[in-house]
Design a protein around this ligand. Structure first.
Ligand code: FPP
Length: 324
């Protein structure tokens, strides 16, 4: 049995504060997993891992099975990935389960996927609870079948007081749709602030007529909202957009894993993966086991993260990151 040790994550003197992972082990490990684990520095794991689970259909086709058999097999990879990440104390894991584009698939496959998700939530809830995982769902979930909405709401509520890893399942998710939703949410928030206090407007800044902000004003001033006022909208900032994304309280992903060899980001977390390290493996999702996940972590640790600067791994906050 292999015991994992990691250094304290939040202390300055990390070398002297090693402690065992509370869950101590990943359970029985294979010789391959053990070799990989010994090479991984547990103090330098990604905080947030995002996964594009791809290749279920091809996995099934190779076995002369219907495509949906690949989706069923893929649930085991999801289980392994979720449990391993939780036990390694990854803060956040986000899995891309159903995109806004996936409605173009045959109706029977869509229905199968929705049913599979519902069964998955029911079956895996003990594992989720045992591992202290908080579950949530990202996307236009209000457009999902009502039964799925009910189950996802129940799963979120049942795990809301857990304190471990945040597991997000992207469902009816699109990165562009998320940005549109974020911008509309900013507009709505600004308008409601304005309507609540028309005379003390905090969302629309008064700016000198000759200022660059005024010259580039993205929205015309609506004089019926601000009678007699010469104001222009406060410019939208990166922070403001981030606060209105579905992932507003999560760190951006440090590592994006995509299975099945496709070199695309497929409309996944477009804003959030700006600085993510991308790991593409030829492995099809149903074959993505714990050793393949550990390989991705090891590969991540070999990367030199510069955030557009010249020094490795300086990990600046997004607002002070240098240009690409
Ligand atoms: C893509 O394979 C995978 C999906 C559409 C996501 C569905 C994932 C699962 C069912 C895994 C289980 C996960 C959960 C959270 C229940 P594909 O059909 O696009 O494969 P292909 O590119 O080979 O056709």
């Amino acid at each position: 049995m292999l015991t994992l040790r990691r250094k304290g994550r939040f202390t300055e003197n990390i070398v002297s504060t090693t402690h065992e992972l509370p869950l101590a082990t990943l359970g029985p490990v294979t010789a391959e997993e053990s070799r990989l684990l010994q090479r991984i520095d547990l103090t330098r794991l990604p905080r947030h891992i995002a996964v594009i689970m791809d290749g279920n259909g091809r996995w099934a086709q190779k076995r002369h099975l219907p495509r949906v058999a690949g989706h069923s097999a893929g649930t085991q990879s999801a289980r392994t990935t979720i449990e391993t990440c939780a036990r390694l104390h990854i803060e956040a894991l986000t899995l891309y389960a159903f995109s806004v584009e996936n409605w173009r698939r045959p109706k029977a496959e869509i229905e199968f996927l929705m049913q599979l998700l519902r069964e998955y939530l029911r079956k895996e809830m003990p594992l989720i609870q045992r591992n202290n995982i908080r579950m949530r769902f990202l996307g236009r979930t209000e457009e999902l079948p009502v039964a799925v909405q009910n189950d996802t709401r129940e799963a979120s509520e049942a795990t809301a007081s857990n304190t471990g890893m945040i597991l997000s399942i992207a469902l009816n998710y699109g990165g562009r749709a998320e940005l549109v939703d974020a911008l509309n949410s900013i507009l709505a928030a600004r308008l409601s602030t304005q309507n609540a206090a028309p005379s003390a407007n905090h969302s629309f800044a008064s700016t000198p007529a000759n200022s660059p902000t005024h010259a580039n004003s993205p929205m015309p001033v609506n004089s019926s909202m601000n009678p007699g006022a010469s104001v222009s909208p406060a410019p939208i900032t990166e922070d403001e957009i981030s606060r209105h994304l579905y992932t507003s309280d999560l760190p951006d992903p440090d590592l994006l894993i995509r299975t099945s060899g496709e070199m695309r980001v497929s409309n996944f977390l477009l804003w959030q993966i700006a600085y993510a390290e991308i790991f593409v493996t030829e492995t099809l999702w149903p074959d993505f086991n714990r050793a393949r996940l550990l390989e991705a972590l090891l590969d991540f640790q070999k990367r030199e993260r510069r955030y557009g600067g010249i020094e490795a791994d300086s990990s600046p906050k997004p607002s002070v990151r240098l240009a690409r």
